[in-house]
Design a protein around this ligand. Structure first.
Ligand SMILES: [Zn+2]
Ligand SMILES: [Zn+2]
Length: 337
């Protein structure tokens, strides 16, 4: 094979499928033949021009595939292995990296954002970003490893404990994964959507109760669900300032709130209540050591994704994938390569 196809972003909303040279691996690198590459809000913002990148750029950071070739000094994977790609790698030598906070490294490189990613037939990346998966795992199932790793970290940061009453705010891909993970850890879960469109799905995936922020009854629902002043733990996945403002109203005094959505707009959180009720607000940024656990949960079928992948497009139709991401019915849109 002399070349490969890649979807190249040449400017805002200008993505073209082009022929590119076949990549070859340098020391410590792997070439992954991409099977599927998911699309999320970050991709949409880049495509739309809201988040600038250096053009031309091959986007795509939620991808899986098979290792085709490895360079020297690679021992964690070998050609032929099915892998999920962890699309972030850190510098490895700054104080943050040395103390284990590699997700917070200021020189962190995001594959599909800072360097070329997975909306292509092949991707070249550090082999340490590849996490081997069982050969038999379904492609869609494995493809949710990246968002699930985000959720595994959020739930871990929130110190979720069996028997607690939790709420998940937002019922997009992250929220629907969080519901399943919290249930598997033995918590009762109140799911909270903006509207009731996903009530049935949230319940099917394990939510014990459902309410909406638009109803204005969410605080009351959190009280009746918990049988006290509010839930013990809330996982915020909606990523809007308004959602964070509402989240602080739903947690009991002494409770914890984990924020994993990234609000891009300023908000006015009621800090009076945060102090008065001694709430613990915890930020949770992507993942640190959680990728293998996400692959394990998906391989074991603890977390199910078949209802989450709502749209599939071939690489040539990637433009339609961005439009589909914005449709109200879409949860996870993927590009199948
Ligand atoms: Zn993403
Ligand atoms: Zn670093």
């Amino acid at each position: 094979m002399s070349g490969m196809h890649a979807a190249v972003l040449r400017g805002p909303r200008d993505v073209r499928v082009e022929q590119r040279a076949q990549p070859s691996p340098g020391p410590g690198e792997a070439i992954v033949r991409v099977f599927a590459s998911g699309l999320c809000g970050t991709d949409y913002r880049i495509w739309n021009g809201d988040r600038p990148v250096d053009y031309p750029r091959v986007m795509g950071h939620e991808f899986i595939g098979e290792v085709m070739a490895v360079g020297g000094d690679v021992s964690n994977v070998r050609p032929g292995q099915k892998v999920a790609v962890e699309p972030n790698y850190s510098c490895g030598h700054c104080p943050l990296c040395r103390e284990g906070n590699r997700n917070l490294c200021l020189s962190r490189t995001a594959i599909g954002i800072d360097v070329d990613g997975g909306f292509a037939e092949q991707a070249r990346l550090p082999a340490r970003c590849c996490w081997p998966a069982p050969a038999a795992i379904d492609d869609d199932q494995l493809m949710l490893a990246e968002p699930l790793a985000v959720v595994v970290r959020a739930v871990g940061r929130g110190e979720a404990r069996r028997g607690e009453r939790a709420a998940v705010l937002g019922v997009g891909a992250l929220g629907l994964l969080a519901i399943q993970l919290l249930k598997s850890r033995g918590l009762a879960v109140l799911a909270i959507g903006r509207t009731d469109r996903r009530e049935g799905l949230a319940r099917e995936l394990g939510a014990d109760e459902f309410t909406t922020t638009s109803s204005g009854h969410a605080p009351e629902a959190a009280r009746s669900f918990s049988g006290r002043e509010g839930v013990d733990l809330l996982v915020e996945t909606a990523g809007t300032g308004a959602a964070v403002e509402q989240a602080v109203e739903l947690v009991r005094p002494g409770g914890r709130l984990v924020l994993t959505g990234l609000p891009h707009e300023p908000s006015t959180v009621g800090f009076f209540g945060v102090v008065r009720r001694e709430l613990t607000i915890i930020g949770s940024m992507i993942y640190q050591q959680e990728f293998p656990e996400a692959v394990r949960l998906l391989s074991a079928g603890v977390v199910k994704v078949d209802r989450l992948v709502t749209h599939r497009f071939p690489l040539e139709r990637i433009q339609e994938a961005f439009a589909a991401h914005r449709s109200p019915e879409s949860i996870k849109v993927t590009v199948v390569i």
